[in-house]
Ligand binder design. Structure first.
Ligand code: G6P
Length: 369
């Protein structure tokens, strides 16, 4: 491929801004946007109806998209999901059987540990699906079913558009699995797909409004050495993704935690020197997450509150900044909330002057164990 940066300073910035377009390509491949149904031709490559369980393995950002996928497969398809980072998955001697299927998520399709997990599952007789960006890759070639994410070439080492496209594909597959297993109705399918169809418009709206605020906040964030991200439900893997993005490109130490685990450790670290980024859309978990935020505030912690209009109106806690996104359906919140998370890491890194597209010690594709 020849890809250039266009008007952007970095590939990462370009790739962040491409997301409304690429997620809409990915979605159009898996769903019928006229009827708001999943497209059996694209999603039916694995027969979900008779599965006893699903195994998912991946590394890095792809692993975190898989973790969000787990919430969806379990909730919408009532399908138990076993997931681990590929470097553990391949050695854990997980009891697997042929009535399970396995999904391997990989942007490059070449990650050594992910490929080894695939071969392990093949030995165990599982049906293999590959959620990949590079369709000609080894992981794609060794799979029974390829689920392309259609993100286009991703050059920045820190994954952005591949992540939201992986999420789009996993959400579509979870809905397809739910229909195949009779765990969601036709009406629920339509509603979920209508929500997914809103994604490109919502992403554009967010990208067109929040960047000046995020840039100013990034300047402030760059003065700190440690940052904690908290979230609940699908916002928990997103908190880990936020922390991963920040540490990868700005070299600021960051951790993502389940909001409910705050009390079991990280609360000991709370002081004015460690900002806490709370990812809390106004969903079923909002009140719980806000009560964790309260615990941070009570200890003098500085809060960056990433929420929606309803959430911003509902909380009166003092914050260092509140990033207010539109109110969105629960299934699209991980994709929409990815944007402020990515932009905050990006602008912090730019402000600190690191090599954003090729951060030190990291590789785009890790083909050795
Ligand atoms: C490396 C990259 C990450 C990526 C991970 C998995 O660590 O820097 O951006 O998420 O590998 O790569 P894959 O190609 O398998 O998605």
């Amino acid at each position: 491929y020849f890809v250039d940066k266009g008007n952007h300073r970095h590939f990462m910035e370009k790739e962040i801004h491409e997301q409304p377009e690429v997620v809409s390509h990915a979605l159009a491949h898996y769903v019928d946007l006229g009827n708001h149904t999943v497209d059996p031709a694209a999603t039916g490559l694995i027969d979900f109806s008779s599965l006893r369980g699903l195994a998912i393995s991946a590394c890095g950002t792809a692993y975190l998209s898989g973790l969000i996928g787990k919430y969806w497969f379990e909730r919408y398809a009532r399908l138990p999901v076993e997931i681990d980072v590929a470097s553990e998955f391949r050695y854990r001697e997980i009891p697997l059987s042929a009535d399970q299927a396995a999904l391997f998520i990989s942007q490059s399709g070449e990650t050594a540990d992910t490929l080894a997990s695939l071969r392990y599952c093949r030995e165990a007789g599982l049906k293999i699906g590959a959620v990949v960006n590079v369709k000609e890759s080894t992981i794609a070639r060794e799979s029974d079913a390829i689920f392309p994410i259609l993100a286009g070439p991703e050059i920045g080492v820190a994954s952005t558009k591949a992540f939201t496209c992986q999420l789009t594909v996993l959400a579509s597959l979870a809905i397809a699995a739910g229909r195949a297993r009779g765990t969601i109705s036709e009406a629920e399918e339509k509603q979920l797909i209508k929500s997914l169809a809103e994604m490109p418009r919502l992403m554009n709206a967010v990208l067109n409004t929040i960047e000046p605020q995020i840039e100013a906040l990034a300047r402030e964030l760059s003065r700190y050495k440690d940052v904690l991200y908290l979230g609940r439900g699908t916002s928990y893997p997103l908190a880990m993704e936020g922390a991963l993005k920040l540490k990868e490109i700005s070299y600021i130490h960051a951790e993502g935690y389940a909001a409910g685990e705050l009390k079991h450790g990280p609360i000991a670290l709370i002081d004015e020197n460690m900002p806490v980024i709370v990812i809390a859309p106004h969903d079923r978990f909002f009140e719980k997450t806000v009560s964790n935020m309260q615990e941070v505030a009570a200890r003098g912690g500085k809060i960056i509150f990433v929420t929606d209009e309803k959430g911003a109106a509902a909380s009166k806690l003092p914050t260092m900044a509140t990033i207010t996104l539109p109110n969105v359906a629960e299934i699209v919140s991980p994709m929409i909330y990815s944007l402020p998370i990515q932009l905050l890491a990006y602008h912090t890194a730019v402000f600190m002057g690191t090599d954003v597209d090729q951060p030190r010690n990291l590789a785009k594709s890790v083909t050795v164990e």
